[in-house]
Design a protein around this ligand. Sequence first.
Ligand code: ADP
Length: 244
Amino acid sequence: AGMSSQYLEVRDLTVSFDGFKANTNVDLTLMQGDLRFLIGPNGAGKTTLIDAITGLVPATGSVTKSGVELLGKKVHQIARLGIGRTFQTASIFENLTVLQNLDIAAGSGRSVLTMLRRRGSVLPAIEEALETIGLTAERDKAAGILAHGQKQWLEIGMLLVQNADVLLLDEPVAGMSHEEREETGQLLQRIGGERTVVVVEHDMDFMRMFATSVTVLAAGRVLAEGTVAEVQADPKVQEVYLGT
Ligand code: ADP
């Protein structure tokens, strides 16, 4: 009771690969509305942490969303509990239109053919997602011909129509132009608020502009946590970044 604003709680999370610990005793508390950047040198365990939260790799410890334990659940069960993630390479259906991609994401569980046959009517949630990701004018284009940034936004839109309220985004602005980065930051601010967004990122300028809080991982452990200013002023953080 009284914990509903704590969206995601990671406690004492450890992930081992053949005895090598990619995450060691990680604690992380995410609140509704957090736009949390997860940074750290290559190999720090950032992607592994997201993989563990989403059920892709086994872990020990505890990961709860609004009090519900996620560890031990299957990937699709965790997704259904509102945890959405993107990968470093966009996983959209290139031959289908933007709208069809969103339709399939919204209808997980229904048959793809049923959705492809349903013509004309666009679900309000899909209209809203199109607007949010700025792709309303592109809705009938094949996803494969979208610009790089637009593909990433489509993927975020697919999480929105799945009702994900915790979004874990792995390097969403990698390969984007300056303008696309700006637009992505604004998109993340728009979808924040009643949701929680975690961004794994290397781009420090992007982080400075948009992060509300930062967690620094190094060698699988949480090295520092706080505001951008606090983390940047931390000698431990300066040390790992100078050391890379
Ligand atoms: P980051 O995302 O911070 O760059 P990763 O989470 O990808 O780091 O990797 C953390 C460490 O775990 C690295 O040393 C990596 O080689 C190792 N690792 C990641 N996945 C596996 C795996 N499936 N099997 C063995 N080692 C892995």
